[in-house]
Each structure stands twice: as C-alpha cells, then as structure tokens.
Design a protein. Structure first.
Length: 249
C-alpha cells in the first residue's frame, strides 16, 4: 500500500496568471475614471454618461488590479470599445481644437489610457513579457508629452479680443449661454466671451453667422440683423443645452 503525498509548491513560485492583478490594465482604467470625473469638475456640472462610465471604470480597474482572469480582461476591452464607439463624435470635436487645452488634453489622455487598456489586454492574453508592457507605457507617455506641448503652444497663439464700447456681450459660463440677449437692429458687434476651459461655437439661426470660441478667450464678430427674435446656440456635440434668444429691436 502506497501513500501519495502532493509535493508542496516551492517558495517563490509564481501564482497562476489569472490570480495576479494586471497593473497596466487596472491602472489605466482608474486613470480613465479620474479623467472622466475631472472633466466634469472642469465643466462645473455632472455629465451623466461620463459619471456612469467613470463609476464602471473605477470598479473594473479596482478588480483588475487584484485579479485578471481572461473573462475580466475581455470585459475590460469590451467596455473600452463601447465607450470609444459611443463617444466618437464628442472626442472628434474636442481633438480638432488643440488651442483649448482643457477639452483637447482631456480627450487625448482618455483616448491614450483606453488604448493602453486594449494593448494591455492583448499583451496579457498573449503572455507577453514586461519589456513589451514598458514599451507601451513609454510610447503612450511620449505621445502625451507631445500633445501637451502642442496644445499649450496652440493656446498661447490664440488672440483674445477686448470688448469695445457699444459691443453686445454674450458670455458662456459653465457651458451655458444667457437665455435672452437684446440688441439694436442694423450693424452691430457681438463680443463673445468664453469663460470655460472648453471650446464652444456660436451660431444664429436663419443666418450664416458661425464663430468658434476657443477656451478662455474672447472674440468680436460683426452682425447686421433685421428686427426679430433669433435663436443662438453651440453646435459642439454634447453642448445642446447651450442656447438662447437674441431679441433684435
């Protein structure tokens, strides 16, 4: 009669892959959560889709830091893809305006963090080593530095126009326009003052007037309007609540 005794695992032997957390994927998800919540702080109000995705990435990031089974990594990747597809119009609008660092850099960092998640998932599933992960981190950091420098240079080149006597002031504050503005008919100048860290646009219905308002800057635009009431608004995706009525007397 023989007695089978399982040999103890030697000390220092690595635990199974699925029992170890993934710092690259989990950390990137938590970074995304911080950026999403930070973006809402800059905006000055809660943005429900961002709040929901922020909460989801906090949970996924925290769990992935502790354990990273194959199914969880796949869930991480799917959540990232859903966000990227759903937010494409918003990201494209912000990425097109590097002169507004608040929105531009937030989108750049969120995009880079999500791409890092996807790269980390692929590397983990393929069993890639630490060197491949370091290369991803270095590459992402290099792109982030270049984007930051480029955005700051573009922002510094923006000319802010001071308000002059007779100008009709319309300010954007916390991503809101005034609900009503009055002005005289005929030739006039609108002074558009963007107090937000994001870029906006200014359009007037039934006219060809459209102006871009870089973050934290002011611009003057000449108008010649007949008496009546005109709706003005911002056509940046996600800024649908920014509208008001221009009463021309």
């Amino acid at each position: 009669m023989s007695l089978n005794v399982e040999a103890p695992r030697p000390m220092g032997t690595a635990a199974p892959t699925e029992l170890r957390g993934d710092r690259l994927v989990g950390g990137s998800l938590l970074l995304v959560a911080a950026l999403l919540f930070g973006l809402q702080i800059l905006a000055g109000h809660v943005i429900p889709p961002l709040a929901i995705f922020g909460a989801v990435t906090v949970v996924l990031g925290g769990v992935t830091l502790r354990r990273s089974p194959r199914w969880l990594l796949i869930v991480d990747a799917l959540v990232v893809l859903v966000y990227l597809v759903g937010s494409t119009p918003f990201m494209a609008a912000n990425l097109a305006h590097p002169e507004s660092p608040g929105s531009f850099l937030a989108e750049v960092f969120i995009l880079l963090a999500f791409l890092t998640v996807l790269a980390g998932v692929v590397l983990r599933l393929r069993g890639a080593g630490a060197l491949a992960r370091r290369r991803v981190v270095v590459g992402v950091a290099a792109v982030a530095v270049v984007a930051t420098i480029g955005s700051l240079v573009a922002a510094a080149a923006v000319d802010t126009e001071a308000r002059q006597d007779g100008d009709i002031a319309i300010a954007s504050d916390r991503s809101l326009f005034p609900s009503e503005v009055e002005m005289p008919a005929g030739d006039a100048v609108l002074w558009l003052d963007n107090r937000d860290p994001f870029h906006h646009t200014f359009l007037i219905d039934d006219t060809d007037i459209r102006a871009v308002m870089p973050a934290s800057s002011s611009v003057r635009i000449p108008v010649d309007l007949a008496p009546g009431s005109y709706r003005f608004w911002c056509d940046v995706p996600g800024h649908e609540s920014m509208e008001g009525v221009l009463h021309v007397r």
